[in-house]
Design a protein around this ligand. Structure first.
Ligand SMILES: Nc1nc2c(c(=O)[nH]1)N[C@H]1C(S)=C(S)[C@@H](COP(=O)(O)OP(=O)(O)OC[C@H]3O[C@@H](n4cnc5c(=O)[nH]c(N)nc54)[C@H](O)[C@@H]3O)O[C@H]1N2
Ligand SMILES: Nc1nc2c(c(=O)[nH]1)N[C@H]1C(S)=C(S)[C@@H](COP(=O)(O)OP(=O)(O)OC[C@H]3O[C@@H](n4cnc5c(=O)[nH]c(N)nc54)[C@H](O)[C@@H]3O)O[C@H]1N2
Ligand code: SF4
Ligand SMILES: [Mo]
Length: 805
């Protein structure tokens, strides 16, 4: 996941990560001839010995957990987790959740890819033929060379993928390094996780930042907008533990605002306020109305630290009365007062409850006001993210202990060493979400309409794509049907290289499919960058020898590099084996953390934890102390409630009528919203929330997890009654984009008018037949239309119909 909230200024994306192979053994009779370059092949002494090694779960779940893998006969047969430290946060155990504890079922899964393969049927048909590594690597290198020569480096894209988000030398982004070793590639900005909020906070605060969750120990009130740490940062390595521990200390009240009564609640919250999807901006405006009219705003803070709250601090270029206060009170251009009654109709929350919430927020200090990434993964997500943050700003909760910025929580960063991705000579970027367009109509894509960065327009479409540790080609990207159609034309994207563990929906579309080792089968230094006030690194060792013909990514890419020439190979490897790299990463990390054990000691102790020396991370603390000496990274150096940059963009970009970019954090409903005329035909909102059954699609094929957390669509009893749907009954969820089928779960934990299903279920459709999905994969029915400013994925903005199947 993308955690751009890092504390002491280290931008993780400039220190991208990677994993290592180290002393993995090759069982000779299982492999076709293959000359390995970058891996040492030390035979395992005695594979029948009962032993255990430290390892980690590295999927993209917002946590990162230590594993102790017990091995007999060269197979993991038992999984334990962290047993170091104690229960006190700052030294707590990073215990694995149900998924990590089932990792041996993934490692030993009969469906795991075993050999390199090439596609022989149509893309998506799933027909493949086994080939040798030589043939696979030659095919990749030959096509890459040809495409670089014919179209240039801008024609190569590394698809967004996060399957090894926690890896260092195994990291999902390692193909960047290969491409940067041979002239660069068309890169991307933003992420599927945070496209809209990142853009929003850049204009508001200059960057994303938040107090670490342990600082809730100093809070009197916690307000969470669409935030669900219990399910999305599970386990001892996650944030949910901090929230629990810190609330035990402060006894802070906790209010959850979410259309679903999510797992962070279930009795631990003080109140759940259900809200229609995509309407938090309207709620925030009405809360602001009460704060202003009942004199609960921190006027001194707004005057000193902010631009555009009222006429006093409005920039000279802004029209008169275009400030926030005028917008809220109905004295601005729309003339509408954002009263609780106004917001009640939009949000579904009674006006009396809005007034009560405003008074709680206005009178309880300090308050930890935060948002998850659910509210921003919408067609109006950029506006919503800023609107929610306004509550922290209006009440002066920014830059103090116990407060927060209104963003998601922040974290302490011990500055671990990331395997460098080198720098990209190609400066052109597309938004993370627009690659299907860059394949289909690349040269038509412009800066002002499609958000191309670094150039006025793209010069070439995407012709070659790396798809490593990514299911975003199909399963995790919106509108699977449209992507299928685009990829059918093999003269468009000419080569798709897939590297994974399973024949996922995405792998079925790749031209060459390569079987990767798992991070648990290699050596790597695994850092955790979202760990509250305790950062840590885990030194993982290979649990078993390599099975079948699986290879580690570093070795695979080294082999491709070699075929691209000596210079590329040298740049990519710098002459180091994976094991040498891991030692190097350890040494560099240790140089910034002197009490970290040496590499040899780390092999024994497994994990090194370091607590934030200041106890809690407080975002923008220096700015709060002295805004002149420590300005924010915004053009004015202040919090820009009114953004002149956004005013410029709103005036110059080509936008559809329902695409709103505004200098102020106003409420704009967006497309596929409560206000969309399509709602007549497709009356239900649908959210594909992040689900504990899986990490996206990873772990999705593990039977025990499927049984513990079935894939089902949540529907309120009132809606179920009206639709005559019974609990557990198979239903069709459909709209103009597609149809998916799954069982219904009737529950008051979701508000009427809204449906919810876990995102990431494995797509199961005949794409050459009726295209109906039988896996409950939400991306059958999500749209490719990007959000206005970030051009990000609005995957939670969906209007659908539901019927009995
Ligand atoms: N178990 C598990 N954990 C995960 C992941 C996973 O797949 N599985 N994925 C990881 C990744 S990569 C990421 S990016 C994060 C994602 O973390 P988030 O984006 O925060 O997770 P979501 O479930 O999308 O949304 C959080 C909550 O917001 C609610 N919500 C959605 N839209 C709205 C809205 O408009 N308003 C309000 N108020 N609430 C809304 C949802 O119902 C949900 O309960 O999770 C990470 N953690
Ligand atoms: N509708 C909807 N769609 C969404 C979201 C949503 O909220 N709603 N969330 C979005 C978000 S926030 C994100 S981050 C993306 C995540 O999308 P992805 O990054 O595609 O995440 P995963 O589905 O976990 O897929 C990762 C792939 O990596 C593979 N993998 C795991 N470990 C390894 C490894 O060690 N080596 C290799 N080679 N492969 C490995 C897995 O088998 C899987 O196929 O999904 C996005 N899609
Ligand atoms: S899935 Fe996440 S929370 Fe669960 S064990 Fe793995 S890293 Fe930890
Ligand atoms: Mo994500």
């Amino acid at each position: 996941m993308d955690n751009s909230i890092l504390n002491p200024g280290l931008n993780r994306r400039t220190f991208l990560k990677g994993s290592s192979v180290g002393a993995a053994a090759i069982v000779a009779d299982m492999a076709l001839p293959f000359k390995s370059v970058a891996a040492e092949q030390i035979p395992v002494a005695d594979v029948t010995e009962d032993k255990w090694v430290w390892s980690a779960c590295t999927v993209n779940c917002g946590s990162r957990c230590a594993l102790r893998l017990h091995i007999k006969n060269d197979e993991v047969y038992w999984v334990e987790t962290d047993n170091t430290g104690n229960d006190e946060y700052g030294n707590h155990q990073v215990r694995a959740c149900l998924r990590g504890r089932s990792i041996r079922r993934r490692m030993n899964h009969p469906d795991r890819l075993k050999y390199p393969m090439k596609r022989i049927g149509k893309r998506g048909e799933g027909k493949f033929k086994r080939i040798s590594w030589e043939e696979a690597l030659d095919t990749i290198a030959d096509n890459l060379k040809r495409i670089l020569k014919d179209y240039g480096n801008e024609a190569v894209h590394v698809l967004y993928g996060t399957g090894v988000d926690g890896g260092n030398i195994t990291n999902s982004n390692v193909p960047y390094r290969l491409m940067n070793s041979c002239g660069g590639f068309l890169s991307r900005y933003g992420s599927y996780s945070t496209a809209q909020i990142r853009m929003a906070m850049q204009y508001l605060y200059g960057e994303r930042s938040g107090n670490s969750p342990d600082d809730i120990a100093n809070s009197k009130l916690v307000v969470m907008f669409g935030n669900n740490p219990a399910e999305t940062r599970m386990s001892g390595g996650g944030v949910t533990y901090y929230v629990e521990q810190a609330r035990e200390r402060s006894n802070a009240r906790m209010i959850l605002i979410d259309p679903r009564y999510n797992d962070t609640g279930v009795g631990r919250e003080d109140e759940w306020i259900p809200i229609y999807l995509g309407t938090d901006g309207a709620l925030a405006a009405a809360l602001a109305y009460v704060l202003i009219t009942e004199d609960m705003v921190d006027q001194a803070f707004l005057d000193k630290y902010c631009v555009g709250y009222d006429e006093k601090t409005l920039p000279a270029s802004a029209p008169k009365n275009s400030h926030y206060k005028a917008y809220i009170l109905g004295q601005g251009e729309d003339g509408i007062a954002k009263t609780p009654e106004w917001a009640a109709k939009i949000t579904g929350i009674p006006s009396s409850r809005i007034i009560k919430l405003a008074r709680e927020i206005g009178q309880t200090k300090p308050a930890f006001i935060c948002q998850g990434w659910g509210p921003q993964r919408h067609s109006n997500g950029e506006q919503t993210a800023r609107a929610i943050a306004m509550l922290a700003i209006l009440t002066g909760n920014v830059g103090i202990n116990g407060g927060n910025t209104g963003d998601r929580e922040g974290t302490y960063d011990m500055a671990p060493e990331w395997f460098s991705m080198l720098s990209n000579p190609v400066k052109t970027k597309i938004s993370v979400f627009t690659w299907p367009d860059a394949i289909e109509r690349g040269t038509e894509m412009t800066a002002l309409r499609d958000g191309v960065q670094g150039k006025a327009k793209l010069d070439v479409p995407i012709k070659f794509m790396w798809c490593y540790a990514s299911n975003t080609l199909i399963n995790q990207n919106s509108n699977i049907g449209r992507t299928h159609d685009i990829l059918q034309d093999e003269s468009k994207c000419e080569m798709l290289v897939g590297i994974d563990h399973f024949m996922t929906a995405s792998m079925k579309y790749c031209d060459i499919v390569l079987p990767d080792l798992m991070p648990t089968e290699q050596e790597d230094l695994i850092p955790h960058e979202a760990a509250g006030n305790m950062a840590y690194v885990i030194l993982g060792q290979p649990a078993t020898s390599r099975k079948f013909e699986r290879r580690p990514i570093y070795e695979i890419l080294s082999e491709v590099a070699k075929r691209l020439g000596d210079e590329v190979y040298q740049k990519f490897t710098e002459g180091r084996t994976q094991h040498e790299w891991v030692r190097y990463l350890c040494e560099q990390t240790k140089s910034r953390n002197p009490d970290m054990p040496s590499y040899e000691e780390m092999k024994k102790v497994g994990i090194y934890k370091r607590k934030c020396p200041e106890e809690h991370v407080v975002a923008f603390k220096d700015f709060r102390k002295d805004p002149q000496a420590n300005p924010l990274k915004t053009p004015s150096g202040k919090i820009e409630i009114y953004s002149e940059q956004l005013a410029d963009i709103a005036n110059s970009w080509e936008l559809a009528e329902d695409d709103v970019i505004h200098p102020l954090p106003i409420f704009a409903a967006g497309f596929n919203s409560v206000a969309d005329p399509k709602k007549e035909k497709y009356p239900f909102q649908l959210v594909g929330f992040h689900y504990k059954a899986r990490t996206h699609s990873s772990y999705g094929n593990i039977d025990v997890l499927q049984h513990a957390n079935p894939q089902e669509v949540w529907i309120n009893p009132l809606d179920a009654k009206q639709k005559n749907i019974k609990d557990g009954e198979l239903v069709r969820i459909f709209n103009e984009i597609g149809e998916t089928r799954l069982p219904a779960k009737i529950t008051p934990r979701i508000m009427p008018g809204v449906l919810g299903m876990g995102q990431g279920a494995w797509h199961q459709a005949n794409m050459f037949g009726d295209r109906v999905d039988h896996g409950g994969c939400v991306n059958t029915i999500t749209t490719h239309r990007p959000s206005p400013l970030a051009k990000g994925n609005p995957q939670h903005s969906n209007l659908v119909q539901i019927e009995k199947a």
